[in-house]
Design a protein around this ligand. Sequence first.
Ligand code: GTR
Length: 358
Amino acid sequence: MLLQDILSRKLPPVLPYNFKASDWEAYRQDMIRRFAKHEYGFLPDAPEAVRSETVLTEEKAWAGKAVHSETALSFDTPRGEFSFPVHLVVPYQQQPLPLVIYLSFTPYPAGKYGPIEEIIDQGYALAVIDYQELSKDEDDGFTSGLAAMYDRSQDEGSMWGKISMWAYGASRVMDYVQTLPEIDKRRIYCVGHSRLGKTALWCAVQDTRFAGAGSNCSGCSGVAVTRNKKGELIEDIVTRFPHWFCENYRQYAGAEDKLPFDQHQLVALMAPRPFFVCEAEDDIWCDPESEYMSLYLASEAYHLLGVDGLVGNRDYPPVGRALTAGKLGYRLRGGNHFMSRHDWLMYLQFFNEQAVKK
Ligand code: GTR
């Protein structure tokens, strides 16, 4: 069933013909530049240093189970210092602890998508970034937050859009947590939902300090294969959210076939690291089948590197069956576009299993 669907979409291959594993990293960097140029826009280099100032510490938070702190992170940009807050919740458990850097729609601790207590109960520390502290989620001519700190007057269509800015922020949190002894540096993951699921993937692809990532209901311009997908298409997304992308991406509205890649090739760039996708049955706008196809095809890169990608067959998996045996995992649940507690537990369980297998 899947095979016919794949063939009818005329997708670009994950790997060039006769490709050797020894060329993987060079190819990966090349592909990252291609995705930056045509879709998300190029990120600036990492700053020389990220400074931190803890402005609040709450001992015995979450029923006494964790320390919560708020820290202002700052770094230099072409237009002076930029600063944004990050909230860290570290459970009183044996350290160092694995950490999820969570791109959040809301400030800590509000928000229906972030079940903080369940997360720390699983033995994870959590870093929460309120994404709009990095730059507003608006088509504001790139005048807010981080966007305003860089000159765009020379933009020829490939300067960073907001997804790249949010990804850049998550990497700055990654810089900061490298200094914390309570965190296990080999087990830091990035997770986000929807537009922030797109961001989590793009961030972790570029920043290999992330041991893995989870992308929840990311759909169009996220995990889902773009060519012939159902629901949201490039035209829809660049009309409603032009600011998420670089300007070049707009030329592919209604012209998906001209894209010099497809999203399964982005997922492949995670190889050989673990990557998990949760989707929802009613999330037609995202198109769960096109996400499954993406993982299925991206597995070729994992095989090249000697590990299993998605361990599943050519039929789309039914609701509730979690495919977790390989480094690419997928689970479709009932319900709609949402990041549920159950989704969170799936991500954490998958990351645990993958860490044991290492
Ligand atoms: C939808 C959008 C999707 C998805 C989602 C979100 O309206 O079309 O691409 O990212 O929003 O971020 O909430």
